[in-house]
Structure formats: C-alpha cells, structure tokens
Design a protein around this ligand. Structure first.
Ligand SMILES: NC(=O)c1ccc[n+]([C@@H]2O[C@H](COP(=O)([O-])OP(=O)(O)OC[C@H]3O[C@@H](n4cnc5c(N)ncnc54)[C@H](O)[C@@H]3O)[C@@H](O)[C@H]2O)c1
Length: 456
C-alpha cells in the first residue's frame, strides 16, 4: 500500500509511476544565505557553558578540563546536585568553581545570556535540545548539541534558519565519526582504496536494559513509547554520510523504513512504569534504506531493546574494496588497488575474503588519519568512549580558535537527525518512500568531497 504517495502518471495499465511522500522545504527567509563552510572570527579562548549534567554531561566537563584553549565558564542543570557534581570535577582538576544555574525549568537561560560564554554545550534530553539551542544562538552564542540534534522537521528547520540568520555554528556532538576504525576507514575511502564507495551501513544496536531506569524523569523510554521510527540514528548516519560526501557532492533523495512490532518494548514499558503498554509505538527493530542523488544507498538500523552484542554495523562497500567493523573488523581490497610495497602478503589478497591480520595492521597504520596521528595518545589518556569523545571536543575547540569550518555543520545535524521524523512518516504510511529535503536549499554541490579543515 502506497497510500499517500502521489500517482504522477500511468503510461499503461502495468506501469504506474509513484512519487515519494513530499515534505515541505520552507523558503529561505529573505536576507539569509547558506552556512556551508561557515567560518567565524577566531576565538583565542573558547569559553563554554554546559547545560545538562546527567549521565553524559559531567564527562564532557571532565574532558574540557584537558582541552587547550578552552575555559569552562558556567554550568546548568535543573537539579542543583548535578551542578554540584560537576563543580567537584573542576575542583579536582585544580580549577575554580564557576557560576551555576539550577532549580527551575528555564534557569539555563541565564547561562546563555552571560557575556563570558562563547559556546553553549547542550547535553539534555532530546526534546529540550532545540529550544535551548535557539535561545543560545539568539544571544549570539555558538552551540554544540548532543545527539540527535533535533527530533522534528519543524525543529530542524528552526535550527538551520537561526544558524543562517545569525551566521553561527550549530554543531551536533556526533562522536562516532572520530572512532579509530571509522576515521581510518574514511581516510582509506577518501584516498580511493575502496574505489568508489557505493553503499554504506550503520546502526545503533545497543540493549539499554542497564540504563532505562537511569534517565532523568524516564525521558528516553517515554519518547520511545510515543514515537515510532529510528529515534537514535546519528551514530550510524554520521560515518555513512561522511563516506558518501553527503552535501559535499551528493545528497540523500528518499528513504523507506520497516520496523517490527514492539514485542519487548511494550512489556518493558509495563514493567518499568506500571502503565498499560498497548499503545507503545517504537518497534524493537527498525531499518531504514536511503537512496542518494548519485545512485548510492545506505542502510541504517536501530535496536535498543533486544539482547545483542553492541553494534554500529559500520560498513562501506566500494567498487574495489570493503570495510566492516562489527562483529568482525576487517577489510577486503582488490590486489590491483594496493601496491606490493605497502602491505605484506600481497599475493594472498583477493576480492572474496578479509585481508590477513598483518595486512590489516599495515593498512591501518599507513592510513591512520592525521587527526589520530596528532591526538591519539592524549585521547586514550583522557578517554570517553575510547578517546573519540575527547577528539570531538578537541576538534570543535581547535576549529573555533583557528577560524576554520567545523567538522560537522548544521546541515549534517539536519541530515543525520531527519531520520527521526522521516522514518516515522514512512512507517505510518505502509513503509512508503519519503522524500529527504535538501537542507542546504541549493548548496549541496558547492563543496566537492568531505574533508576536515586544518590550519596548515
Ligand atoms: N554521543 C553519545 O555517545 C551519547 C551518549 C549518551 C547520551 N548522549 C546524549 O546526551 C543527552 C543526555 O543524555 P543523558 O544520558 O545524559 O541523559 P540524563 O537523563 O542522564 O541527563 C539529562 C540531564 O538534563 C537535565 N535537564 C533536563 N531538563 C533540563 C532543563 N530544563 N534545564 C537544565 N537541565 C535539564 C536533567 O536534570 C539531567 O541531568 C541525550 O541527548 C543523549 O542522546 C549521547
């Protein structure tokens, strides 16, 4: 059933052409232009205010105590004890306590209004990200927002419009693009080792059984109870979109989604809340497939319910090679695509098996990304998901201090987060195709190829 797709013409009884469900692209307000490759005046010191100090927030505060050129300027959480916990992190690091804001729903606003804050770093529950980010940008602050950046199309467009209007950075804190295997493989892809990358996969497959009870006010399970679709797509989307140069020469055109029923979700909700779970919306397993303008594909999955080993899938399929992270890390490279001088065992390479372990090691060393060469050692010491969180924060501060475009812009936030509302739309319409808007409104092909910016 393609209920709401539009029939655009039938050339014969057996050839009916349907179009994807169209979602509105609001007209760009007069006087605004896109913020692709946005650069803003260099900041000698990046003064950061944190909002949201629950499970994730304090680790960001901790990481920022190690970042050169960053200064923690203020802290906010609705719960005073959470602000206090982060003040203690500062004290332990030998730093002075900073102004703290708590005690009411909108106490964080005063943090955004402070003269001595350049960047507002938002680590609250999903539905509060956007009002906080909009208010902060209104006050002239750059913003960094935890994942997913926004949950509705209205909110996504509101962030884009505000970032364009104010010419400010609005970055989503997608850490997985800095993971060791992902970034090394991206470097290999960018240097042509896999030929042309034609298909990418990613996912968030992580049983949250140990975490559900720990979220403030049960926000995460409640959100899943109310919303069908892939509600946490960005850990898979980020690395996939970077490898496919999305809005740097290609763009996503449409998606289709499938989900299972909430077999476990319903029961879990009933157990944890004591409420009736008959109307629990989020399927236990959700899959989304995406087609790009250049004819490439992506597959993204979400499963936070059933027992399974953790997986972000991470897979790149190229015309001459292949990268795979879960459950087995490995590469397949056509022998002709790599020099005998670069790897041992060259004679054993083939197009139907993973390269031997020593070849993989040699490849990963040769294609280590510049970011990892520079930061790996310190990142491992500071930590945060094996170091990738530190690298994300470091890069954000480095780019702001040097007046460089950030690694992730507001359109990345939009593209990676839009699966939340658009997968829901597809599912609620019999898995019909749904158009993915060009969030850059015409600038998706301005930059050719995704690259990180450096001073030299
Ligand atoms: N990138 C990653 O690897 C990763 C990992 C974990 C969480 N996250 C993201 O981080 C965010 C927070 O997740 P969490 O696990 O820390 O949740 P959490 O429930 O532990 O923390 C949320 C915090 O926000 C605070 N808060 C809520 N409303 C507020 C308000 N009006 N003013 C001030 N503070 C308010 C709560 O008191 C709480 O301390 C989410 O967006 C989540 O998706 C990302």
């Amino acid at each position: 059933m393609a209920c709401k797709t539009k029939q655009v013409g039938a050339t014969s009884m057996d050839k009916i052409v349907y179009q994807p469900i169209k979602v509105e692209t609001p007209k760009r307000p007069a006087g605004q232009t896109d913020v692709v490759n946005l650069v803003t005046p260099k900041l000698e010191t990046v003064r950061v205010g944190f909002i949201g100090l629950g499970m994730r927030g304090p680790s960001a505060v901790q990481r920022f105590t190690h970042i050169p050129g960053a200064k923690i300027a203020a802290l906010a959480d609705i719960r005073p004890e959470r602000v206090e916990k982060s003040q203690q992190i500062l004290e332990k690091a030998g730093l002075a306590r900073v102004p703290g804001y708590s005690g009411s729903q909108d106490a964080w606003k005063a943090l955004c209004e402070r003269e001595d804050v350049d960047l507002v770093y938002i680590v609250t529950d999903w539905e509060t990200h956007v009002p906080m980010a909009l208010y902060a940008m209104e006050q002239g602050k750059h913003v960094a927002i935890e994942v997913p950046g926004a949950m509705t199309m209205e909110d996504i467009w509101a962030l884009i419009n505000m970032a364009e209007k104010k010419r400010l950075h609005c970055m989503m804190l997608e850490n997985c693009v800095y993971d060791y295997f992902e970034l090394t493989s991206l470097n290999m892809a960018q240097q042509g080792l896999f030929g042309e990358v034609i298909h990418a996969e990613g996912s968030y497959i992580h049983s949250l059984d140990d975490f559900w009870k720990a979220y403030w006010n049960n926000w995460r399970l409640d959100y899943n109870a109310k919303h069908r679709g892939d509600v946490y797509p960005t850990h898979g989307m980020g690395p996939a979109c970077q490898a496919l140069d999305i809005h740097r020469g290609d763009k996503m055109n449409y998606l289709v989604s499938f989900d299972t029923k909430p077999f476990k979700g319903k029961k879990l909700y009933e157990q944890l809340t004591g409420k009736n779970g008959d109307n629990f919306q989020n399927g236990d397993h959700t899959m989304t497939m995406i087609k790009t303008e250049k004819g490439k594909t992506m597959q993204i999955q979400h499963n936070v319910m059933t027992p399974r080993p953790y997986s972000r899938m991470y897979q790149l399929t190229g015309t001459q090679g292949f990268a795979n992270k879960y459950p087995t890390q490995g590469y397949t490279i056509e022998p002709e695509n790599i020099s005998k001088d670069d790897v041992p065992n060259h004679e054993n390479l083939n197009s139907h098996g993973f390269v031997p372990e020593d070849v993989k090691k040699a490849l990963m060393q040769k294609y280590k990304h510049r970011i990892h060469i520079e930061l790996e050692e310190q990142a491992k010491k500071v930590g945060g998901h094996g170091g990738m969180d530190f690298i994300m924060d470091y890069r954000l501060v480095y780019c702001l201090r040097n007046g460089l475009p950030l690694d992730m812009d507001v359109y990345d936030l939009a593209e990676w987060s839009c699966l939340v509302p658009l997968s829901k739309l597809s599912l609620e319409n019999g898995s019909a195709p749904v158009e993915i808007p060009d969030f850059t409104r015409g600038a998706w092909n301005k930059v050719k190829k995704y690259r990180h910016a450096f001073v030299d």
